[in-house]
Write a protein that binds this ligand. Structure first.
Ligand code: UDP
Ligand code: MG
Length: 332
């Protein structure tokens, strides 16, 4: 949406009186290859900023490589590092939720750990925040680093989402964002288990701005998102922010019933005029198959939502933590 990617209007904003505490939240899953450089670049990017202090919150989402050991080693030399280790891989959404809950800053930056999100953008994001934005989203200018099929699918998804859901998603808006404390508090207060950060961030509202960036290639390792996993994620996102898939079936039902009434009327008239004949087997089987197909689809859609309700009702925690670094006992 070009309109929303325009630069923010310049306005005389009250710059915050005291310099803020900055939290950088980074989910990590098998990122040992990029961790050292990530740490270096983030530190360098925020070095000259007018901050009261900063912290780096690493959330190790059950990595199977040496990521957490490396985080621990970095934490030994850098007291600004705080880290959470999950008991297993709970997924990026859970990792982001944990990081946002742990963050103590007045401004919180959320970014990927594979260096596709350049930390050098943080100063500009912070400047936007200082001039009044409550949320700054870094929007990918292109998806050239993604495979073709994935680009097409994601375009289709954003189009569909825009049509059926209650919130609009920023196309290309990934999870590279800066939040004001108020926004993070709002996000943390959402109780839902099926997390979809892109939707949540537009749902909460607040004053949002976007800046463009060109995503880099992955620094190391491989993307953990298979097509199937992305598809599941897309279904989660849609069902979390739209009830249209549930409601559309009543419309389909009404249309089909209406057509059947017309068809029934036509049959009566035809019988009255031409007498009884034996209607074809083909039309019968086609309508039976068509209708049972529709019934199965609608049952499946119901199942999706009932499944969602089930996971919410179970009230299981979003994630389990096995280790923490840099948390005092009082903290959760
Ligand atoms: N990630 C995670 N848990 C997962 C998968 C990914 O915490 O189960 C992290 C990963 O370490 C990285 C970010 O999420 O910091 C983005 O992951 P990735 O680069 O695989 O996604 P892509 O850039 O391909 O969308
Ligand atoms: Mg990536």
């Amino acid at each position: 949406m070009p309109a929303s990617t325009t630069r923010a209007p310049v306005r005389a904003a009250p710059s915050p009186v005291s310099p803020p505490l900055l939290s950088v939240v980074i989910p990590l899953y098998n990122e040992s290859g990029s961790l050292g450089e990530l740490h270096r670049r983030v530190k360098a990017a925020i070095a000259g900023l007018p901050l009261a202090g900063h912290e780096l919150v690493f959330v190790d989402d059950g990595s199977r490589d040496t990521t957490f050991d490396e985080v621990a080693a970095l934490a030994a030399i850098d007291p600004a590092i705080r880290a959470i280790r999950f008991a297993r891989n709970f997924g990026k959404e859970a990792a982001m939720a944990a990081g946002l809950r742990a963050a103590r800053g007045d401004v919180i930056v959320l970014m990927d750990g594979d260096l596709q999100h350049p930390p050098e953008l943080i100063p500009e994001m912070l400047a936007r925040w200082q001039s009044g934005a409550k949320m700054v989203t870094a929007v990918r200018r292109s998806r050239d680093t993604d495979p073709w099929l994935r680009r097409q699918l994601s375009r289709g998804f954003y189009g569909l989402f825009k049509r059926v859901s209650e919130v609009a998603l920023e196309e290309g808006g990934g999870d590279f964002r800066l939040f004001d404390r108020a926004v993070v508090d709002a996000i943390n207060s959402l109780p839902e288990r099926t997390r979809f950060m892109k939707g949540i961030t537009s749902w909460v509202g607040f004053r949002q701005e976007t800046i463009d960036f060109e995503p880099a290639e992955r620094a190391a390792g491989a993307s953990a998102w298979s097509l199937l996993r992305l598809l599941r994620y897309a279904i989660d996102g849609l069902s979390a922010f739209s009830t249209l898939p549930l409601r559309v079936w009543s419309m389909v039902g009404i249309c089909i019933s209406g057509l059947s009434v017309l068809y029934g009327g036509w049959l009566v008239v035809r019988t009255a005029i031409f007498g009884i004949d034996v209607p074809g087997y083909a039309s019968l089987i086609v309508s039976v198959l068509f209708l049972s197909g529709i019934q199965l689809i609608s049952l499946g859609v119901l199942g999706e939502y009932v499944g969602r309700i089930f996971t919410e009702v179970k009230q299981r925690p979003l994630y389990l933590v096995s280790e923490r670094i840099g948390f005092d006992e009082a903290a959760k």
